[in-house]
Design a protein around this ligand. Sequence first.
Ligand SMILES: [Zn+2]
Length: 291
Amino acid sequence: MTQNIAPFSPNALLRSFPAFFCSALILGWTGLVQALTVQVSSTRPQQGDTIVVWVETTDPAPVLKWGQKNYPLFPVQGQKFRAMIPTTPLDAAGSYTLSVQGEGQERPYAIALQKRSFSTQYLSIPLSDDEDVDPYEFDRVDAFKQLVSPQKFWSGTFLRPTSGEVSTPYGVRRYYAGEFAEDYYHRGVDYAAETGTPVVAPAAGRVALIGRADRFVVHGNTVGLDHGQGVLSIFLHLSRIDVQEGQFVQAGQVIGRVGSTGASTGPHLHWGLYVNGQAVDPVPWRYDGIK
Ligand SMILES: [Zn+2]
């Protein structure tokens, strides 16, 4: 932007034009610099996608709204900011308004969330309400999911966290004893691998949650990584944990081993990827990368 407008520098204009003519041009030039520019990764994302929004503005504190909620915009470089909006299978397909405020202006953008078909599991057991579970476990996991650190630790595409086939993909819906579970979707990807198979960090981050199976009776041995700027990974049912809370890990570093602790029917790794509090499909992060 700065390079494009260089030929119209006010000093150059002052040297070559009468003063009255000059002021009009400078106003025009000022208006050009103040343009609020918004780019969106897709105006037709599908359920589970992470929508990335780039805003270029001279406003030091632009605001981004999706529905009724504000999402944090982080500086990228110069006057560029980036925000990430999570979508999930629980968000109805249809049209949404993304609104960006800056420089005293408000710009609405229409986003059409596309319906995606997720596979369905039919369980014969009734849906339990988890009444007997110690709240300690869910309180700690919920607090972890709310983390939004200002720094960005990840870069490039995310690595596959373990070997083994995907046994349950993201987004699977369930029926319990014939009743559709409205609030349930598989909030991650399961990999079937033998107990003891190494689990690696898919991207750099800080270890922000460690849960031990003695008190994490549902999640089992758990590691939570903070990749920064509201992007978090959680790994469940581990047989062993190889990191400590507060430790910084690099992409590819071993953080634990596959297991079957907690509410698990066999050895597998559950990897959940959260963006601003919601579990998104990790697949685009693995293959396309989100910058
Ligand atoms: Zn799972």
